[in-house]
Design a protein around this ligand. Structure first.
Ligand code: C2E
Ligand code: MG
Ligand code: MG
Length: 529
């Protein structure tokens, strides 16, 4: 039996059921005179008139409602209750309470149900659980493979959620790729923990859409009422904070809300505020990691941003750069990085390049090319000494505009490399659409290069592909001599990693340059790595 048929039957059985009230279908009837009149109908008074003007969906015949006696409709023209056939009622009820795409209950039903279970548990020991589910990487699938694939993915995701539920609660879709489950009358926290794990597991196998396997995991945040919130908003916030923790701790996992998450969030908020003034207070600085060409000469240095917080100490860029992006600070910080890196590079031998990372946020303002031209002017650096590193995320967003920007930079003589290749979508279309000068293979593939045949095959293929397209290849995160030798043997053009040289402060660069030219003089070709 469908949900609707079940609720219909329940309605016939006696008490006025949930979900079938006229104002659910016609929100304009929720207040004032129409609402009073309808309350009288629902209370069993059979003959009432309701002014339906302003009731919203006037294309319909009237207002459907359900009473203890059965189902009725108030005709707009006749302004009196008449009978309605069951199929019509089921359809209208379904439309009003369900998400059209997935067939799950909608946000409105979600809010109502959450309030209901919280009210029912008030004062008692009955706990309700709210599970907030968010798909990992949904946006990227939608952006790269199109909306119809995105829609199919949501439908399949809804199916997996429904299957995982069995009798464990009801699922709702309340926005984009956000789903929720409410559990009530179960033994908690066990039921919610079990369900959360079942849901995480359900998202492990790939979704096959148009023959393409897509790995899209689910992250889940769990909160319990009344313990973590007696009001629905409070409980939703708690589940959201837990979801955020799940996302941060590697995604594809579930986390239950606890107070220390709140503390962490507050710390992050503090950090965020501090970041706003970090630039003025000169807490940001750059370190430089050498880029080494086989068989062992320096080609340049990559500038890497550091934040040395006066109280907390060093904060890694993976933490503060996303914050700066989210807060709109990255344009300003990015400009500073570029100025600083170019100024520093002017103190090096002229044949050394400087690589600078660009974040997607720097492409949004539309002034990137102007900024770059100004910095080149004021620093006096040759444009062909600058290399910009971008990740595929830059190409995911606003593809046409960003491609234009990249082309303009290219025309200025700046080289562009594709950073962290292999970890994002590695869409070959990017390689076709934009003439990158080089591709940087992510350290993920370099790490186990010597022990994993698969990594070797992948690295070899990326190199073949890049070389075939006239691009050079840099391997990132080279940590051992064995990795370096293997890569050079396979024709990798450039290496970067702690084995070749860790990131260093600007003051250490002259020394590093002097040492590496000395060691080159005293070595044979094969000893250099
Ligand atoms: P990335 O551009 O891929 O930079 C390489 C990262 O790998 C650096 O981490 C570097 O310190 C690290 N690394 C290098 N060699 C090794 C190695 O042998 N072993 C290991 N385990 N790690 C190695 P870092 O400095 O933490 O930077 C992380 C990411 O933050 C960078 O990845 C880049 O995407 C971003 N980032 C750093 N500075 C900037 C910046 O100025 N602007 C922007 N937009 N992003 C930046
Ligand atoms: Mg980089
Ligand atoms: Mg990288």
């Amino acid at each position: 039996m469908t949900d609707c048929a079940a609720s219909l039957q329940q309605a016939r059985g006696g008490a006025v059921a949930l979900g079938a009230r006229p104002w659910d279908i016609y929100p304009a009837l929720a207040e004032g005179e129409p609402r009073c009149a309808l309350e009288r109908v629902l209370a069993g008074v059979s003959s009432v008139t309701v002014d339906l003007y302003g009731a919203g969906r006037r294309t319909r015949k009237g207002v459907v409602f359900r009473t203890a006696e059965g189902i009725g409709i108030i005709e707009a023209s006749e302004q009196r209750p008449v009978a309605i056939d069951e199929a019509e009622h089921v359809k209208l009820l379904h439309q009003a309470t369900h998400d059209v795409l997935t067939g799950l209950q909608n946000r409105r039903r979600f809010s109502e149900r959450l309030e209901e279970v919280l009210a029912a548990g008030e004062g008692g020991r009955e706990r309700s659980a709210l599970l907030q589910i968010d798909l990992d990487d949904f946006k990227s699938v939608n952006d790269t493979l199109g909306h119809s694939t995105g829609d199919t993915l949501l439908q399949l995701a809804a199916e997996r959620i429904r299957d995982a539920l069995r009798d464990g609660g009801t699922a709702y879709r309340y926005a984009g790729d956000e789903f929720a489950v409410i559990q009530y009358g179960k033994e908690q926290p066990f039921a919610a923990e079990q369900l959360a794990q079942a849901l995480v597991d359900a998202f492990k196998p790939p979704f096959i859409i148009n023959g393409i396997p897509l790995f899209v995991g689910a992250s889940i945040g769990v909160a319990f009422g009344p313990q973590h919130g007696t009001e629905s908003e409070e409980l939703m916030k708690a589940a959201d904070i837990a979801l955020y923790a799940a996302k941060r701790e590697g995604r594809g996992c579930a986390r239950i809300f606890n107070r220390s998450m709140m503390l962490l969030l507050e710390q992050r908020e503090n950090l965020r505020r501090n970041l706003r003034v970090a630039l003025e207070r000169e807490e940001l600085h750059l370190v430089y990691q050498p880029l080494i060409q086989a068989p062992g000469s320096i080609v340049g240095f990559e500038a890497l941003l550091r934040w040395n917080h006066p109280e907390i100490g060093p904060i890694p860029p993976s933490v503060f750069i996303p914050m700066a992006e989210a807060d709109g600070l990255m344009e300003e910080i990015g400009r500073w990085v570029l100025e600083e890196a170019c100024r520093e590079a002017m103190t090096w031998p002229q044949e050394f390049n400087v690589a600078v990372n660009l974040s997607p946020a720097q492409f949004l303002g539309g002034s990137l090319t102007d900024t770059v031209a100004q910095v080149i002017d004021t620093s006096g650096i040759r444009a062909d000494r600058i290399e910009f590193e971008i990740t595929e995320t830059v190409l995911l967003e606003q593809t046409v505009d960003n491609l234009d920007t990249l082309n303009t930079l290219n025309v200025l003589g700046i080289r562009i490399s594709l950073d962290d290749f292999g970890t994002h979508y590695s869409s070959l279309a990017y390689l076709k659409n934009f003439p990158f000068d080089s591709v940087k293979i992510d350290q993920y593939f370099i790490r186990d290069l010597l022990s994993e045949k698969k990594s070797q095959t992948i690295v070899r293929s990326i190199m073949g592909l890049a070389h075939g397209l006239g691009m050079s290849v840099t391997a990132e995160g080279v940590e051992t001599a064995g990795q370096a030798l293997w890569l050079v043997g396979e024709g990798c053009d450039c290496l970067q990693g702690n084995f070749l040289g860790e990131a260093m402060v600007a003051d250490s660069i002259p020394d590093f340059i002097a040492r590496s030219s000395m060691s080159l003089h005293g070595m044979n070709e094969q000893d250099r790595f």
